[in-house]
Design a protein around this ligand. Structure first.
Ligand code: NAP
Length: 259
């Protein structure tokens, strides 16, 4: 299937690794010109070089923290009028909600709710004027089923989800569609770090953690980021114009429900 992405300009936030990288790769393979962002400029350049080598697509890099105004300005300086926007950023820390400070709450709300809203605010009117726009927000399975110890994530991402439910219906008339993707466990650096006892990745511990998690998942495995990227590319495709304001759960069936 031709996704109709050839020549489209995509801005993929937080994409030097993990799920963001997988989305960038899938879009680039479909012929989009992709700008990726990340805080570590050297890691970002390495990721851009890898994407160029693997896909042959036009890849640009905009270093910066996407949760700051300066980081967002840097991204738009490189990709001023994207046809496709993938909103992503690091997730907030786990912990007991009684112990989170005001500053931690503000940081989580900023990173996982206000930042994607600011990004959408900057692009939706231009997309509507051009009669094409595709926005995917990477949220979390925690929106569907709250995760213990993840109050910051559960709360901020649910706020974003409410916002998207409204905005997506305001701009769909102009062929601007906005959807959210909700990852369950995907094998990324973040998951491996979270499953390691110390701060750094311990691959043996991470493999054990993933195996234990996989036993609770009907698919009996964790997700492969490439699968996530492929779904993202479809949601950005010419064929996705009637998918509006949806929350697509990718969790191997872990969330048990009839609909
Ligand atoms: P990851 O493997 O740690 O990759 C995160 C990427 O985002 C890196 O390229 C990182 O580069 C970049 N990044 C992080 N914070 C940034 C910021 N403020 N500004 C710009 N770039 C930033 O993480 P992941 O597993 O792909 O997770 C992506 C998102 O999905 C997170 O919000 C996570 O909570 C959520 N999620 C993941 C899973 C999972 O199983 N993987 C499940 C549910 C939800 P720099 O560090 O250089 O900036």
């Amino acid at each position: 299937m031709d996704l109709g992405l050839n020549g489209r300009r995509a801005l993929v936030c937080a994409a030097s690794a993990g799920l963001g990288y997988a989305c960038a790769e899938a879009l680039a393979r479909e012929g989009a010109a992709v700008t990726i962002t990340g805080r570590d400029a050297a890691a970002l350049e390495r990721a851009a070089a890898r994407l160029r080598a693997e896909t042959g697509a036009e890849i640009a890099a905009a270093a910066g923290d996407i949760t700051t105004e300066a980081g967002r300005a840097a991204a738009f300086a490189v990709c001023p009028a994207p046809d496709i926007l993938i909103n992503n950023a690091g997730g907030p820390p786990a912990g007991d909600f009684r112990e989170f400070t005001e500053a931690q709450w503000q940081a989580a709300l900023n990173a996982n709710m206000l930042t994607p809203i600011a990004m959408m605010r900057a692009v939706v009117d231009g997309m509507a004027a051009r009669r094409f726009g595709r926005i995917v927000n990477i949220t979390s399975a925690a929106v569907k089923a709250p995760m213990p110890g993840l109050a910051l994530s559960n709360t901020a991402r649910t706020g974003l989800t409410g916002f998207v439910a409204g905005l997506s219906r305001e701009v769909a008339w102009a062929n601007v569609v906005i959807n959210n993707m909700l990852p369950g466990p995907f094998d990324t650096g973040r998951l491996r770090r979270n499953l390691s006892p110390g701060g750094a990745i311990d691959n043996a511990a991470a493999e054990r953690g993933m195996a234990a998690w996989a036993a609770r998942i009907p698919a009996r495995r964790v997700g492969n980021p490439a699968e996530f990227g492929a779904v993202c590319a479809f949601l950005c495709s010419a064929h996705a114009g009637f998918i509006v304001g949806q929350n697509i759960l990718l969790d191997g069936g872990e969330f048990n429900s009839t609909i």
